[in-house]
Design a protein around this ligand. Structure first.
Ligand code: HEM
Length: 474
């Protein structure tokens, strides 16, 4: 009773955050919110809180969510707002990596070093190098597999096929080797999913996330690390090494006698795992949501097919990024998918720096965790009428309206910690979706559980997007 009274008084009566609106129990305890986080249901909940209480709400005693584009731009613009504690769970190989580095003070130079090693491989000017990899490891095997489904009339699970295709692409990009997951089975995707579930659990249940309670998830994590170590070892032994991000990482582990290597072998594992995780689930889930949304609203699929039919001569044409990069409706479909389902938007915690920060008239002391999340901003009624409806045509407007929409749209985050792989992702999304929509007529097989579930990436809960396909003839 004393503990409850103390917790209530310190969080609800004397806390500097006491005036921030929200449900009383969220102000008193993290448990209700963390249960939602563990179940992957927190995004809709936080959005609902904003609808009830306004742009600033308290979601736990220490976490404040803000649905205000100006605040989001201010927070993401600089390194002043370090990433929050949830990112510790994504230290996938024991130490911090480019994604999980919370980047406080001294961390900045370490972060810069890693970014300098990785980023050049993913810039706009690197796309011509990346495109053949996307094609060889992703699009072509995917189309070969879908042709078989079309021939046999069997149901294809697009979520699974997209996961396999994007993982193989990231294998090419990150390890210089495709894992051919479309053609052959491997439990790596299951292991990676287990590892991510564990990462979220580490934050939600804290010290209780121990091996004895979650042996399967710990095993998944270990298997994933072993998988990465083996792939790195094979890469070291190959003679045909490319000058890619992995090579730069490996070079940073090899130094002369007496020198200290900037990166250890495990650091390299952490970096490549992050690339695999960040580049696989995100793109696969976005493509899955796109297919789901297009099939649920056939007029959007017809319009996309009409646009592609005009510029792509035949369903068998080999589609390159140049052919589709500027197609207005294709881009509108993908933007709308990323708006409704910002797959990387789960829990963007940022810490208020020394000196505090004032939002909406509420002073937040240093250390408060702030979430200027994509999800509530992507669903603001005043910017996006009927925000839960999938309406690609809302993107086909004049530049003034578009400017306001884009200010509220950041599926790849923005500022100093924006997604490193966003250009690669856009290319993959455009080429894969265009290739499928131009080549097949598709129909949905009902029964999949499409409730969104957060597990670092927001994916369909049932992990299935079931369709049947037919090859198009013209
Ligand atoms: C549709 C595809 C993708 C989406 C929607 C997406 C989204 C995001 C978002 C929202 C963040 C910021 C997360 C946060 O601050 O919590 C992020 C960071 C990151 N993404 Fe992506 N991403 C995608 C694809 C990729 C790909 C293909 C790569 C491959 C290299 C990648 C690598 C990264 C990395 C390394 C970071 C961490 C950057 C940092 O913290 O400085 N992403 N991504």
């Amino acid at each position: 009773a004393s503990y409850c009274a103390y917790t209530y008084i310190s969080n609800k009566v004397v806390s500097p955050l006491r005036k921030v609106p929200g449900r009383w129990y969220n102000a008193v305890s993290s448990i209700p919110y963390n249960i939602l986080l563990m179940r992957g249901e927190q995004l809709e909940y936080v959005d609902q809180l904003h609808r009830e209480y306004g742009p600033v709400v308290r979601v736990t005693p220490d976490i404040i969510s803000v649905a205000d584009a100006d605040v989001a731009h201010e927070v993401y613009r600089t390194h002043k707002f370090a990433k929050g504690p949830i990112y510790d769970g994504f230290d996938l190989a024991g130490g911090p990596n480019l994604f999980s580095m919370r980047n406080l003070g001294d961390g900045l130079s370490e972060f810069k070093l890693r970014k300098r090693l990785m980023a050049p491989a993913f810039t706009l000017s690197a796309l011509p190098n990346l495109e053949p990899m996307v094609e060889r490891a992703g699009t072509l095997p995917l189309l070969r597999a879908l042709d078989k489904y079309a021939e046999s009339g069997e149901t294809a699970n697009m979520m699974n096929l997209f996961m396999r295709a994007t993982f193989s692409v990231m294998g090419e990009v990150s390890f210089g080797k495709s894992f051919n997951l479309i053609e052959q089975d491997h439990p790596i995707l299951e292991w990676m999913a287990g590892m991510l579930e564990l990462s979220v659990l580490k934050f939600a249940v804290g010290p209780l996330a121990i091996e004895k309670l979650f042996p399967h998830l710990f095993q998944c994590h270990k298997n994933t690390i072993e998988f990465a170590l083996k792939a790195i070892k094979e890469r070291r032994e190959r003679k045909d090494a490319r000058p890619d991000a992995l090579q730069r990482y490996l070079d940073a582990t090899d130094v002369g006698p007496g020198e200290v290597a900037p990166l250890s072998e495990l650091d390299v594992v952490g970096e490549v795992l992050v690339q695999m995780v960040a580049g696989t689930d995100t793109a696969a889930s976005t493509l899955s949501w796109a297919v789901h949304r297009l099939l649920a609203k056939p007029e959007t699929l017809e319009r996309l097919q009409a646009e592609l039919d005009e510029v792509i001569p035949s369903p068998d044409t080999h589609i390159t990024h140049d052919m589709v990069a500027n197609l207005p409706y294709l881009n509108a479909v993908l933007s709308e998918t990323l708006r409704v389902h910002p797959v990387g938007a789960g829990e963007p915690q940022r810490c208020v720096p020394e000196g505090g920060f004032t939002v909406g008239g509420y002073f937040l002391p240093a250390g408060t965790i702030l979430m200027p999340g994509q999800y509530p901003l992507h669903h603001l009624d005043k910017v996006w009428p009927e925000p839960f409806e999938f309406k690609p045509e809302r993107w086909l407007v004049g530049s003034e309206e578009l400017h306001e929409m884009k200010r509220h749209f950041f599926p790849f985050s923005m500022g100093v910690r924006a997604c490193v792989g966003r250009h690669l992702a856009w290319m993959e999304l455009r080429v894969m979706l265009a290739s499928i929509v131009r080549r097949y007529d598709m129909a949905r097989v009902p029964g999949d559980d499409m409730t969104p579930k957060y597990q670092l990436v927001v994916r369909p809960r049932g992990e299935q997007v079931s369709i049947t396909l037919q090859r198009r003839t013209c």
